[in-house]
Design a binder for this molecule. Structure first.
Ligand code: SAH
Length: 263
């Protein structure tokens, strides 16, 4: 009997932001293949006997090439397992979820997609930045800056109105903001970089398009870049208070202890 693959969006970092349907999938899983950016607390919801496979990719060292992830999904499903492919945020937002589904269709394996709360929306929300606001921003655009060369981001095509949200932009932020200004974005447009938004480690640095790259330079990925008039709401609407504690490692230890004890 062939199994089933659930492509589940795990949300942006706060484990409470997974969907009810996503949580149901995790609680029924035989195998979970998870990414680097998922909330580690979510793995605590998986049955203890289930197999957990960390296919997370560090930016520098590709631990599992995409082809190996796909091969694993197919292998486990063919063995009759309920497989959860747990991805950060939403599986179809810069998550290669589409490619994984295409491969499953080709292999004749049943799958379902459980959308997730994308960091593109949730991270600004936790920073008190509404991505749209009547009269201030009536649209938003989400870009990826994984490569900073001009062909990757079509600067000329970006709307000058509305909010600009950038994922995977921080490593090339100086070049990206320079290009935005060169293409007609106001140098004094409010901008911010948010590191590990929605988690206890959240850090926000705000400024303008002109100075945000220099100010936010200490922040490493994962971080989100946002530019637009809505950023000015941050000081007044900033409701979330990160604690600065990170419990993730402890949870992994507890899970291993329980497994050893045969619980
Ligand atoms: N599918 C994911 C995005 C994957 S790309 C989603 O929908 O959220 C990974 C990028 O998302 C990171 O490099 C970073 O730019 C952004 N990101 C993900 N989680 C984040 C977080 N908690 N805080 C800030 N940025 C985050």
């Amino acid at each position: 009997m062939t199994g089933m693959v659930y492509l589940v969006g795990g949300g942006p970092g706060d484990p409470g932001l997974i969907t009810v349907k996503g949580l149901h999938c995790l609680r029924r899983a035989d195998v979970v293949l998870y990414d680097r950016l998922i909330a580690p607390e979510l793995l605590y919801e998986v049955p203890l006997q289930a197999e957990l496979i960390d296919v997370g990719k560090e930016p520098a060292q590709q631990r599992y090439p995409q082809s190996a992830i796909i091969a694993l999904l197919i292998e486990k499903a063919r063995a009759g397992k309920i497989v959860v492919r747990l991805k950060g945020g939403d599986p179809f937002v810069f998550g290669r979820g589409g490619e994984e589904c295409e491969a499953l269709v080709q292999a004749g394996i049943s799958f379902e997609v459980v959308p997730g709360v994308s960091s593109a929306l949730a991270v600004p929300a936790y920073a008190g930045i509404p991505v749209t606001h009547r009269d201030v921003a009536r649209s938003f655009t989400v870009i990826t800056g994984q490569t900073a060369d001009e062909t990757a981001i079509d600067y000329a095509a970006l709307p000058r109105q509305g909010t600009l949200i950038g994922l995977m932009c921080v490593q090339h932020l100086a070049e990206i903001t320079r290009q935005l200004i060169a293409h007609g974005f106001a140098a004094d447009l409010p901008a911010a970089v948010i590191y590990r938004g929605t988690t206890p480690e959240q850090v926000i640095i705000s400024g303008t398009l002109q100075d945000i790259a220099a100010k936010a330079q200490p922040l490493q990925p994962p971080a989100l870049f946002i530019a637009g008039e809505v950023v000015k709401f941050h000081p007044t609407l900033n409701w979330y208070e990160p604690t600065g504690h990170d419990y993730a490692d402890q949870l992994f230890d507890i899970r291993e202890d329980l497994q050893r004890m045969g619980a």
